[in-house]
Design a protein around this ligand. Structure first.
Ligand code: IFM
Length: 484
């Protein structure tokens, strides 16, 4: 063992993380809680969607999920064994407000109260997401969900309830998880509830989501919680230009502006990227001056969910933005069919650092679905997941060494859980959750992560020889056959 293996202080800067850096794991309510019909919880759009025959793989639902609602103490004990310093979870809106407005469920609120207390007792910092896709079904049924212009106000009322309840103990808040996915899957492609395929409605829903974010942030700032910070979780990719041509490079810029920029720009500057305004015309709603004011600087930190990257190619036929997003076919993929591209993370972090200058970054999700095989004891030796995580942690360390202010990293996910329409067939957990007994077993990746956290810096081997290819696609033609 070399000297810098022994002490974080003497490790080279490229392998150290700043003091106070938080290592965590993330989950979401509908994916793990179960207990969907007890203690006054109302139905969410995901309960209703999963009940539709053929909507999810194998007809899987969140009815039981990991039964975290009843087993949260056991799960926190596991977090302690993993040495987690932070835990990101979401509140189920219909668990605390069964109809989404008006009546409040005391047992629902009490659950999150107990959860936060138990986390703090275990020395784990809670990061709370207010909306991870489980809209109260009543709001969809009676108000048409995110298409209703008043939904942002109702969301702010719900947020206010949670700030009042937990704001004395929770210091990190996320209003929305991945508004891009809500719009893309829910309103463009119709694969998530509410199952709409209408671009104009998609842009309207996205607009109301960002207004909801802004109103909740304004409400939070009104509470003046000491040291509290708020943002929303942005999912996006780095788009590598397919070639060095000016047209491909401009296409890559447009690909990034219309993905991450679509949601992060309004929360930074109060409006959508210029390319969206120019090319979408009246389909893109306008923010009122008041909404724009609330939106501007409404992220106290940048919360990034990163899984993969892509390649952009100029294409005149692809209107209105004139690019094709290409999935590189020559790289290994996770079980989701997502190419493994840690270098995209390093590049994206540098780009975001320049574009949203001064914002600290937390990587609020990163992880891999892998074809886990459990042995007779339920143990999973998931070296592929370790490789994925190690490559991305190394990429993050590289960005930190370049001056990007990254302050935390959360693995998606703590537990194997309901991967939405994929049901339980795709497993992201550091911890296996047996589908019959719900027994939890820490995987090899969980043990690896616990060691990494205990060391507080990267092992030398990771820097000298990253376990996964850096992931920069070679310029030139790419096949799309290996990854979906
Ligand atoms: O499971 C999801 C999560 O709910 C949101 N981000 C991506 C994860 C993996 O698909």
């Amino acid at each position: 063992m070399s000297i810098d293996e022994k002490s974080p202080e003497t490790a080279p800067s490229s392998r150290r993380f700043p003091p106070g850096f938080l290592w965590g794991a993330a989950t979401a309510a509908y994916q793990i809680e179960g207990a969907t019909t007890i203690d006054g919880r109302g139905p969410s759009i995901w309960d209703e969607f999963c009940a539709t025959p053929g909507a999810t793989r194998g007809g899987d639902t969140g009815e039981i999920a990991c039964d975290h609602y009843h087993r949260y103490r056991e799960d926190i004990e596991i977090m302690r064994r993993l040495h987690l310093q932070a835990y990101r979870f979401s509140i189920s809106w219909p668990r605390v407000m069964p109809e989404g407005r008006g009546q409040v469920s005391a047992p629902g609120l009490a659950f999150y109260d107990r959860l936060v207390d138990a986390l703090l007792e275990a020395g784990i910092e809670p990061f709370v997401t207010l909306y991870h896709w489980d809209l109260p079904a009543a709001l969809q049924r009676h108000m048409n969900g995110w298409l209703h212009s008043d939904l942002p106000n109702l969301f702010a009322d719900y947020a206010d309830l949670m700030f009042n309840k937990l704001g004395d103990r929770v210091r990190f808040w996320l209003t929305l998880n991945e508004p891009w996915v809500v719009v893309d899957a829910g309103y463009f492609r119709g694969t998530h509830p509410p199952g709409i395929k209408n671009p104009a409605e998609g842009y309207q829903a996205g607009h109301n989501l960002m207004r909801a974010h802004a109103y909740a942030v304004a409400c939070y700032r009104g509470h003046q919680c000491d040291g509290g910070r708020i943002s929303f979780a942005l999912n996006t990719t780095f788009s590598f230009p397919e070639s060095r041509s000016a047209s491909d490079q401009a296409a890559a810029e447009r690909a990034m502006d219309t993905f991450g920029g679509w949601f992060a720009d309004p929360a930074w500057s109060g409006d959508y990227p210029a390319v969206m305004r120019e090319r979408l015309g009246p389909m893109l709603p306008e923010f009122s001056a008041e909404d724009a004011d609330l939106l501007r600087r409404s992220m106290d930190f940048l919360a990034l969910n990163y899984y993969t990257s892509d390649i952009a190619r100029y294409s005149q036929d692809s209107q209105p933005f004139e690019f094709d997003r290409i999935v590189p076919g020559h790289l290994p993929c996770t079980e989701m069919g997502w190419p493994i591209m840690p270098d995209g993370l390093a590049r994206l972090l540098r780009r975001l650092h320049q574009r949203y200058a001064g914002l600290p970054v937390y990587i609020t999700e990163n992880g891999a679905a892998c074809p886990d095989n459990a042995d007779e004891h339920g143990f999973v030796d998931d070296q592929d997941r370790i490789g994925y995580l190690a490559g991305h942690v190394a990429a993050m360390a590289e960005a930190v060494a370049d001056g990007v202010d990254v302050r935390g990293y959360f693995v998606w996910s703590l537990l194997d859980n309901l991967e939405w329409t994929e049901g339980y067939s795709k497993r992201f957990g550091l911890v296996r959750c047996d589908r019959t007994t719900l027994q939890r077993t820490i995987k090899a990746s969980g043990l690896w992560y616990a060691d990494l956290i205990a060391m507080g810096r990267l092992p030398a081997a990771l820097v000298d020889k990253p376990p996964v290819a850096p992931g920069l696609p070679a310029p030139g033609p790419v096949a799309t056959s290996r990854c979906r």
